[in-house]
Design a protein around this ligand. Sequence first.
Ligand SMILES: [Zn+2]
Ligand SMILES: [Zn+2]
Length: 1241
Amino acid sequence: MMAYPNVISCDKETFLKSKLNQEYFRVLEIKPLKGIAKPGPVYEFSMTGWSQRSVASKHPILGRTEELSQYEMYLHNAILQHQQDFTRYRDNKFAIAFIGPNSIGKTRLLEECLVNTPKFIKYEKFVLDHYDKVSFKGFHYILSKVFTGSKSFRENSENRVRFSIDLSYATPIQIHAVNIVFDCRFPLPENFQHEEDLLDDLSVKQVIRNVWKRQFKNLWVAAIDNAHYLDDESWRVLLIILDTKTVFMVIALSDDEEHTPTIKNCLENSMIVNIRLSGIDRWFHAALACQLLDVQAIPADLEKVIETASAGMPGWIQNFVISLVQRGALSIVTVTREEAIDLGAVVPSSTLLRRTDVHIGAQYDDALSKRLSYQSIYSILSISAFSKQGSTFTIQEMDTIQMAVLAESFNFDDITMDMSMDAVILKTYDSLNPYEKMLLKCASVLGDVFSRRMLMHLLQNDSPRTVALAVAKLFVIRVLECEGGDFTRDLSMVLVHPAPTLPSMAPSAPYCKCLGTRQPACCEDLPNYAFCGYMKFRHPLFRSTTYDLLTENQKHDMHARALLYLERFTRRCLPCGGGCFSKFVGLRCDDGLVQESEAVKRTRHQIRALKTETVVPGDQDQLSVFAHEESSDFAIHIIPECSSLELLKKERSSSRFLEMKRLKRLRNKQMKKGVRSFSSVETNNCECLTILMTVYSQIIDHCRGAGEFNKLYEAYIEYVDINLISLNVPQAIRLLIEVENFVQNEDLFPENVHRKWIKRFQLAKICSMRGVCMLESGDLAEAKKQLLHAMELYYYPFPTSKHWVKLRSFGASLQQLMAVYLPKIYPKRISGIIGYYYEDIAFTLNILYQLFSECKETENAKLEAKCALNYALKTNANFRLLCICYGNMISVNREERNFRRCLKLKERAMELCHRKRGQLDVTEVQAVCYLYTCMFLFYVEYGKKMEGLELGLSVIPMLSDLTDLNTRQMLLLWLLKLLLADLRINEMVNIIREFFYMTDHYDLSSETWYYFYAIVILLDTGYCVESYGSCEKFYITKGDAILRSKTPEAAWNFFVAMWLITVRIGSWEQSIIWEEKIRKILSMKYKEHEFNIMMLIRLVEGLLITLVKETDQRNLNKILLLKKSIKSMFRDMNKACCRAPMYRPRYYLLYAYFLYIKKRKLQAFNLLKRAYESAKQCKHISLLIWIEHTRSHWRGTLTQACVDHWIYHLEPDNLLDYTDFDPEKIDIVPFTLPLPNDIEK
Ligand SMILES: [Zn+2]
Ligand SMILES: [Zn+2]
């Protein structure tokens, strides 16, 4: 694809069809592709599947030969030892720790180690930061980079664990440990408690090692930078997995003072080699300075100062040299080498400046991969030693070189006195002109990394040229540098896509690697980095120092302006229509459910007036992108030659009117249609979550800086919500701690009389959110505690006695009856702050419903669902909340089989969906998915196929990886059945390909479902998606591991379906491999579960066919046994059919067949008639055909070809491909149920 240069890319279809391991694919970011409206996800293919090999820096590393050879030696030792069963104590070294103070060059050394790692060894680099000191979080971060897959991290992790070990043999403590260490949620026995230290338990250690060993067969290298930020528990886990000898770790961490006792303990372990780094030798100082300045010679004075003051710290030398450049003390001239030497400059050997060993590395790899021996390593070391000795002769004696020169007036005295970094920074700052200072101040408000656009907004009205000149200056003196943004597909004003890293070696500063930035016509003489679109402070200290120079008022003003920018320009992504988010920093937009508040109206007008104010050159077309779209929520309409006032006038007169008319028409149409499809939702291309994440992470700082405390609270709560949607629970918990501190300590509304109340409700909201986090992480007890506390804070405590629950439940039912049947009169609408209070209560109640449902406390759950809906209806304005409430209520009534109430609720919920104006946004999609799935399941149970299909199919495009697993599973399970009944084979195949056939080979349950449905299509229609042979092959390669998957039901169903095929074609030899499984199934107890009726129905069919066979052979014993078990199964099925009416016709058909075999023909024909009636009633097309077919067969009116049709087409040469199926004609010939020989037709 042209849009993705230098990458092997493919679309989803190709990706799925390739059947290659998922590890080899990575999802690429979305770019608009020419001529393709909805390209869907695009994948990059690479055979390594691991991190790209990093590019060697163009300069050689200086003075670390000893450390590098140690690394190579121990790595080599590890390569030799890792396959051995026994390793001697002194050879058991699987980690190397580089310990040293800041700016000693640890990160650079780590990189160099990776460059020197042989190519056949995979590696991954992990960089920790100070947020990571949460128990086990560091280890989870490491896992998230190596346990990759198609699902969310937790699901990937669970799949891998299931794949590695058989959890049915694990003790509760082991499962608990796996849950905590690998971030899984495997079910634990009820009331399981564990207080002791988990990682001390021997069986726990063993289970961790087993998982790890199964996952990594080959030795790989893990490079961990800033390991002092790793939490204690993660350190201990790392120590445990070192024992497996499957990973070699190279760790960089700071000096001892900061270490916790645990870290100190771990470092003393004999498997870890500790190497303390000191400064580099002084004869490398000049070379390093040359490398940093990208010159070949420096003045002797400079070398002397560095030698005396630096203590050999490479980081110090870097800062020092840069500070000299920033102050204009150094300039660069071109001279010949001889001239330089004559001038007394220090000219380091060129081998110290230019990398010569790049090609050697390649040789080394080949040699090593062919033949592993000490000799090869020795030869490498000697070559590099040789090249260092050869430094005395220089190749190009006459060549011109770049030399750094100190300014005439420059005097080192004042520098050597105060060498602290902030003093240097302040001096640099003083040397700038006022405009440059101003620009830096604005930038410092925005953060370490900032976009040019926001900077322009803060600077307001300056000409592009002035800004460009200042930026260029700051780039040259290396205060700022490019962060690399991709503006070619720049569709949001607040989100900057990162530009791809350059494949070649990093160019020398200053440079800009942004894509798609433009130079205005007046500035063509300026270098391109003057127009960098995405910049950062080269030194974070420079930012904080500059920021501290601002007065409180200035800070306040600038933060307020930045906040305004974010508020104005935070829009949904283009595929989602680019409109406002339904809720943003406490403001809700008018989505048809709420009255638009004054504040929102104001923002809208501001947006329209923006054109005159802040359009950055080159941005016009970006803005006009928004104008193209015409969704009914307010897009930003910008008509270029029009003042804002004119715009307002125009809008009031014409467009408003037209819009109202259009809306009315649209709404009427939708009302008639029934289900609102929300077809515009595009989960594949949506970037809204990323946009929101970016914005909230900035907005919190700005709210704080601008003193907007109320907004700050809202922003925090919404940010937590977004984190929960994207399943980032640790981040959510951290934010909740922050906001709780802030609410507790800050007096928000000193003049408001209700401030105590408000504080109380805010704390209640925080508690509820924390409850969600706990529920998400599986800690039900803590979740309950938090939620009940929240309810107390709301002055609405949960009833303490059963009696009280009943009473309240009765009241709530009454209220709800009124609300649902008399929606116009009851309840009274409440808005404003009291309305929000009710909505918050409803939110908490919904979570409690979820909690009680999980704890199987049905009565309590019911009560909470009812109360929640009642509260939510008081405002009747919060779309997301109402969707969840209606969904919960519909499931409650479905459980009680109160279908009339369900219908009424569904009616109200549909009204709600039609009232909703415009497109859904990312925060609402899940709620609608949930609501529709609940309604869909109700229709399934109610036996209405067409209504169900319509609802179910409209959810499919909204599904994403973020949808709750249970919802996803139930929906797909039933939807596929309905589609099959309707003979919509092609749609069915599309869905199973999309949702099940992901080649993530750790996710076995999905794959098993895929093969199961392929077989079911073959069984019921005779059309082939996957042949019997390929399904059998799937089982042979995966074996019984599929029984350990997330849903073992998938495997059991698959076995039955496979067995049925062999039984139908009468290939008794082939059926033997399945027989054992069938016997196991027959001995199992069935719980009432959706999966079991599926299985029973096929099992009975197979047994009936076996019965016919045995009757022919007159095996009386077997006949009796079979009849007995068949009878009991029919009883089970009859019961199950009440919950799943769509199985009833099939039940009748099979029962009729049973009677026919028993020669009770009259009854059999009668029952067949009943089967026909019931199939007709639930419009089960495929079964109607089968029943007709069977009737003709019994009457003897079928031709022989027709009788054998199904079996004939099962032969590998005669397969009917499913793509040949013509949905118009519906020409399927079903299987003919065989009859005993002695029955006369
Ligand atoms: Zn740039
Ligand atoms: Zn979106």
